[in-house]
Design a protein around this ligand. Structure first.
Ligand SMILES: CC(C)(COP(=O)(O)OP(=O)(O)OC[C@H]1O[C@@H](n2cnc3c(N)ncnc32)[C@H](O)[C@@H]1OP(=O)(O)O)[C@@H](O)C(=O)NCCC(=O)NCCS
Length: 163
């Protein structure tokens, strides 16, 4: 399996996969928004070049501070429990860290999968979910550049609010 940045040629397969696993509407909305960050969209493909996984992060804010909002990994149902999700998570978190991003926010249903990647309940930090009902599913992952100054309401890109 190879994990690499998404290219234009991957888009149809990525949309099909994310549409099956999460929401094509969310993906389309993010891509069309100012929040989309092409450098932080990753795919996993098998030796034949078939796309088996995707993950991305878009621009969010914690109070006034730029943060990242994670579009959670989508893994082909036939390829699960083989480490694809884990490889994608390490790729995107390492890339975000290298870009000096501070904090990654995530709303996860269910959230259990993400603790192993360093995500912690947002109430451990000074950020709150933009929608009260999200708080119990809202997790954040501090990166190396995080110095504690991110506080206030965590703003997700608008397409997340329409899901
Ligand atoms: C969650 C997901 C990304 C994991 O991808 P994956 O490639 O199968 O994951 P990995 O191979 O890296 O890890 C597998 C392990 O993760 C854990 N795991 C997988 N899905 C999980 C879930 N929904 N909740 C908790 N733990 C989970 C299991 O412990 C599994 O171990 P097992 O092989 O002993 O069963 C994938 O199942 C998926 O695309 N799910 C649909 C979307 C989803 O539920 N997203 C999560 C919340 S938004």
């Amino acid at each position: 399996m190879i994990v690499r940045r998404e290219t234009t040629g991957d888009r149809v397969a990525v949309r099909r996969l994310v549409g099956t696993v999460l929401s094509a509407t969310l993906l389309d909305g993010l891509r069309a928004s100012d929040a989309w960050l092409p450098t932080l969209s990753f795919v996993a493909h098998d030796p034949d070049g078939e796309i088996v996984g995707h993950v991305a992060a878009a621009r969010g804010r914690g109070g006034a501070t730029p943060t990242l909002a994670l579009l959670p990994p989508s893994v082909d149902p036939d390829q699960r429990s083989r480490g694809v999700g884990q490889a994608l998570m390490h790729a995107i978190l390492d890339a975000a860290d290298a870009l000096d991003e501070t904090l990654v926010g995530l709303v996860a249903y269910p959230p259990e999968y993400f603790g192993r990647f360093g995500f912690r309940p947002a109430e451990d930090f000074a950020v709150v979910a933009p929608v009260a009902d999200w708080q119990s599913s809202f997790f954040v992952r501090p990166l190396t550049a995080y110095e504690g100054g991110v506080r206030g309401t965590f703003t997700f890109p608008e397409p997340f609010l329409r899901v």
